[in-house]
Design a binder for this molecule. Structure first.
Ligand SMILES: [Zn+2]
Ligand SMILES: [Zn+2]
Length: 342
């Protein structure tokens, strides 16, 4: 068995891997596919995110699906069935869990966040309660994309777009492009998308953005200098917060989803204060899997178009390297630890 280990910043290696001891409520999965998330890339580029630092080699990967290695009768699932996994295991008894905010639980165990190994490996143990059953025709790609789609659903839940409301969307990476599609499904109006990379702007327009520009200056021109009543930021830039403020109309709402490089925002205070903005930070996701499955099943969200590269496990370090240098044409990369053809 093999896995991809992150040892430190810019140090990803594939090496033999021993599965840890099974815990009582766990089942084994053969990993069918795993997504390379922007957060995984932060571990690779910066060696950590805030207090979550790589202190010993760890296996990333929290967006994944796999084939069950045994029957799970209580869920009506047979050995060999493809399932998705909710990586978030909240404690269930803190004040935040009691309030229903499982994504904010400070005692959370999150698969693929250090020190808990994730799914960039041939096999993984997963708690039964975190298995997500899938419609029969779902592919490994569909299974993987439910987690990032869930992040997008949660962001749009927080944003509460009004019917036909104009929305500024900053960042057309995988999360931004999923937010775009969820916004359209939720009845938002004109979506003005901003991304510095041309291929991402093209994809945004293909997936429903009404306009796509390279910088927030263009967005201000499109709105006669007024800005948008709702702004959703899904970039990896330290200037994402600043740009979100500049894109917002006076009295507008801003939802910040992205994780900035270097874990620091740069923000001109007066621009934010004078607008009297309402600002929310979006953290992971709430109860989203049934809706994520429905959106894929009803084809309201196209997840396959975002996947621009597929890698084997042995090639996974190359995937990290290409994303870290913002190589041309990359949007979402998936890794298939047991091959792409099974
Ligand atoms: Zn993710
Ligand atoms: Zn809790």
């Amino acid at each position: 068995m093999r896995a991809l280990f992150l040892h430190a910043a810019h140090d990803a290696r594939v090496a033999p891997f021993n599965l840890r001891e099974k815990r009582p409520d766990e089942v084994m999965l053969d990993v069918a596919g795993v997504g390379l998330c922007g957060s995984d890339l932060h571990y690779y580029k910066d060696g950590g995110i805030g207090s979550a630092q790589i202190r010993q080699p760890f296996v990333p990967g929290h967006e994944f699906g796999g084939w069950l290695c045994e029957d799970v009768p209580e869920a009506g699932l047979k050995r060999g069935a493809l399932v998705a996994v909710d990586p978030n295991r909240a404690c269930g008894h803190c004040a935040h869990c009691h309030a229903g905010h499982f994504n904010l639980c400070p005692n959370v165990e999150f698969i693929g966040a250090p020190p808990i190994d994730g799914a960039m490996a041939n096999r993984i143990w997963v708690p039964r309660s975190q298995l997500v059953a899938l419609p029969a025709h779902f592919t490994p790609l569909d299974a993987v994309m439910l987690e990032p789609l869930g992040v997008a659903i949660h962001a749009v839940d927080l944003a509460k777009p009004r019917l036909l409301e104009r929305v500024a969307l900053l960042g057309c990476g995988p999360i931004g492009l999923l937010i775009l599609q969820v916004l359209k499904a939720a009845g938002a109006g004109e979506v003005l998308a901003i991304d510095p990379q041309a291929h991402r702007r093209e994809l945004a327009q293909r997936l429903g953005a009404d306009r796509a520009g390279a910088s927030v200056t263009e967005l201000r021109d499109w709105t006669q200098g007024e800005g948008a009543p709702l702004v959703i930021e899904a970039t990896n830039s330290p200037y994402g917060f600043r740009d979100a403020v500049l894109a917002a109309r006076i009295g507008g709402r801003v939802v910040l989803v992205g994780i900035p490089d270097g874990d620091t925002y740069t923000l001109p205070a007066a621009e934010a204060r004078r607008r009297g903005l309402k600002i929310k930070f979006s953290r992971r996701m709430g109860e989203v899997y049934p809706r994520a499955i429905a959106l894929v099943q009803n084809r309201k969200v196209d997840v396959a178009s975002l996947v621009t590269r597929k890698f084997t496990l042995e090639e996974a370090p190359e995937a990290f390297r290409l994303h870290a240098e913002d190589a041309e044409g990359m949007v979402k990369s998936l890794i298939f630890p047991n091959g792409t053809d099974r």
